[in-house]
Design a protein. Structure first.
Length: 403
């Protein structure tokens, strides 16, 4: 049965975004303004021009998709710019019904001579706090307020040209090979995250690894994740986006991942490459059951997946269908609001229009986002918060005539 949900209903319901990159989610107008202020060259200084040349509606490959981050990261190298971008990002989410957002970014891409790791985190947190305080002044007591958490990303791969931080690291450790450098940077970020968690009020809630999966396995970050795991910081990881379920298995078993970013190829036998796995169907079935039983949540990013993996072809071929059939814990996410030209509401509409999502499934997906968040709230407060989400969803569903 095809269920029809209006865009207005989907915009009004309380939502989360648990997988969204700050450097992929700037307002394009802000990017242009900051580039002009900083004397940075852009392919165009009009929004239409940038959308035609850089931030396209369709991309031919992951490499083309990633080109825009060179421009966004370049303008995110000062405390004021970071605070402004975070502040605007928070408001953009609130204005489309997102009540809780976890924003992820790689601090080491923004460390330079003028701002330290702590400066980067503090500036972004300051922008979020300012927006949160403004927003929550007008939120009724019986509704969920606006809340946020920050997730720091280590990189699976980088070069000397990736940032001033990585350039300095590579020169200081000139006798280390690329894999050793990746491990060093990851461990340093983990230690910084622990220090921030223990010594500041910055709302850092999680640790992630981002970047190209193929050839850069998660095991390079085991030491960093052990530090994170031993210090009560939540763990997610990009896996199954450009590689198969072996990558997802490693993320869960070696890095203790509580959530999986993308998980696109979870069910694809052709993406299993190990000769040791003889029965691929059994391997996938066992992994899916393992994920389901432990309620490990998949952060689904439909538009982004379609753009970075054009071979999917039809949106209905996306693995979301199988995830729903297996009753996995799912959360609908944007990945990159600017680069993918999307919002959380757009992603819900895309999912609802193509995957026959029942009202019960829709309600479950919404609630999974809040329940499986890395919220900085104490557990008892989080439970009360989720009840407000549930009650608001039910009121809105009744108001829009949805049973």
């Amino acid at each position: 049965m095809q269920y029809n949900y209006s865009y207005e209903f989907l915009k009004s319901i309380p939502k989360t975004d648990l997988h969204v990159h700050l450097d992929g989610s700037l307002r394009v107008g802000t990017l242009i303004e900051l580039a002009k202020e900083q004397g940075m060259e852009l392919p165009s200084y009009s929004e239409d021009g940038l959308n035609d040349t850089v931030f396209k509606s369709h991309y031919n490959s992951l490499d083309e998709y990633l080109q825009g981050f060179g421009y966004t990261c370049a303008v995110m190298q000062t405390p004021d710019a970071l605070e402004r971008i975070a502040y605007e990002f928070a408001w953009d989410n609130w204005l489309e019904g997102v009540r809780y957002v976890e924003c992820r970014f790689a601090p080491q891409l923004h460390v330079n001579r003028n701002q330290s790791m702590i400066d980067v985190l503090s500036s972004i947190d300051k922008g979020f706090k300012r927006a949160k305080n403004e927003i929550n002044q007008n939120v009724p007591d019986n509704e969920p307020s606006f809340e946020y958490g920050l997730i720091v990303c280590a990189m699976r791969f980088f070069t000397e040209d990736s940032s001033l931080y990585y350039n300095a690291l590579s020169k200081i450790h000139s006798y280390s090979n690329p894999t050793q450098l990746v491990t060093l940077a990851s461990v340093e970020l983990a230690r910084a995250a622990v220090w921030v968690k223990q010594n500041t009020d910055i709302q850092l809630v999680g640790f992630d690894v981002a970047g190209s999966e193929y050839g850069h396995p998660a095991e390079h970050h085991e030491q960093a994740y052990k530090i994170i795991h031993n210090n009560f910081i939540h763990k997610t990881i990009h896996a199954g986006e450009a590689y198969g379920c072996e990558s997802i298995f490693q993320a869960i078993t070696s890095l203790h991942a509580e959530r999986i970013g993308h998980g696109l190829f979870l069910f694809d036998e052709n993406m299993i490459f190990s000769d040791k796995i003889k029965d691929k169907q059994a391997y996938i079935r066992n992994l899916v059951d393992y994920i389901a039983n432990r309620r490990i949540t998949i952060e689904v990013c439909l538009t982004s997946n379609m753009q970075t993996t054009p071979a999917i072809g039809d949106i209905r071929s996306h693995s979301l269908r199988r995830m729903l059939d297996e009753e996995l814990s799912l959360s609908i996410c944007t990945d990159n609001r600017l680069v993918s030209h999307t919002t959380v509401t757009d992603e819900y509409k895309l999912a609802a229009d193509n995957f026959d999502i029942s009202p019960k499934q829709l309600r479950d997906i919404v609630l999974y986002g809040f329940k499986r968040s890395f919220s900085p709230q104490r557990y008892t407060h989080k439970r009360d918060y989720v009840r407000k989400v549930r009650d608001l969803f039910d009121r809105l569903a009744a108001e829009y005539g949805i049973n």
